[in-house]
Design a protein around this ligand. Structure first.
Ligand code: GRF
Length: 259
């Protein structure tokens, strides 16, 4: 089977990226990382990629927002011609106010750059590994137009649908959960709402500090993400619509068929 072309986006330390890079190197994943991008020029994940001679780039989220850009006519980078603000706002589920409209315009400008990188390198699958920006419907409609063929994966540090949002470990810890875990899922318009591919769980121990609780969870994320991405690369994930939700089934490995 042809190797999948993988792209990864990170915002921070990149330990999940490292696990995926190692798995590609050791052929545990039938894929090749073509580039690593980030919204954060200082993300250590970029450094990890460079050490493995994987091309990197920084998406200009920061520079655009500090310059107060993001409205037509005021940007050096202009809004994509196919950006329909009302349609994207509606699909995003955000309230209709100028702050959200501006946010979506800004995202679309950066996402157009991201789409160009994906198209140029013929990327099959985009992996979000601690990427702290939300991809808007403008991006998702173009990169994965077919609902039954999603192409963006994310890892969230909680057992979804519990504790979506920015701080899965922190929110679960404060809530006092006794069992916690992580989820790898496909990305849809919502925040951490997409179809679930895999989950891993562990117990909170009575003597745990928050750091111990979080570090144990993080170490379990790595093999989970590798396994889920490999299932994707082996084309063993089947998505079907059941009632109102998309559900992922894991298909058995394809049998070797000697001729
Ligand atoms: C992980 O906990 C991941 O689940 C979350 O952000 C963190 C990224 O860690 N989305 P790292 O950058 O992979 O080390």
């Amino acid at each position: 089977m042809r190797q999948k072309a993988i792209a990864v986006l990170v915002s921070g330390g990149g330990t999940n990226l490292q696990a995926i890079m190692d798995a590609c190197e050791n052929e545990k994943i039938n894929g090749k990382i073509m580039w690593v991008g980030s919204d954060n020029p200082d993300a250590y994940g970029l450094e990890r990629a460079r050490k493995s001679e994987i091309p990197t780039f920084v998406l200009p989220y920061k520079s655009l927002s500090t310059l107060n850009h993001g409205s037509p006519g005021r940007t050096c980078l202009s809004l994509p011609v196919d950006f329909d603000e009302d349609e994207i706002l509606k699909k995003s589920g955000l309230a209709d106010d100028e702050k959200n409209r501006k946010k979506l315009r800004l995202r679309a400008i950066v996402e157009r750059i991201l789409l160009d990188y994906l198209e140029t390198h013929k990327i099959d699958v985009l992996v979000l590994a601690g990427f702290m920006k939300i991809l808007s419907p403008y991006f998702l409609d173009r990169f994965q137009p077919d609902l039954l063929n999603p192409k963006v994966l994310n890892i969230h540090p909680a057992l979804l649908p519990a504790f979506p949002g920015e701080d899965g470990y922190g929110d679960a810890w404060k809530y006092g959960v006794k069992v916690h875990g992580s989820t790898v899922h496909f990305v849809d318009y919502g925040e951490d709402t997409g179809p679930i591919i895999g989950q891993t769980s562990y117990k909170r121990l009575p003597q745990d500090t928050f750091e111990e609780f979080q570090n144990r969870g993080l170490k379990l994320e790595w093999p989970l993400y590798v396994d889920c991405l490999q299932l994707y690369c082996e084309r063993r994930l089947r998505i079907t619509k059941q009632e109102q939700r998309l559900i992922v089934d894991i298909l058995p490995p394809k049998k070797f068929n000697p001729r």
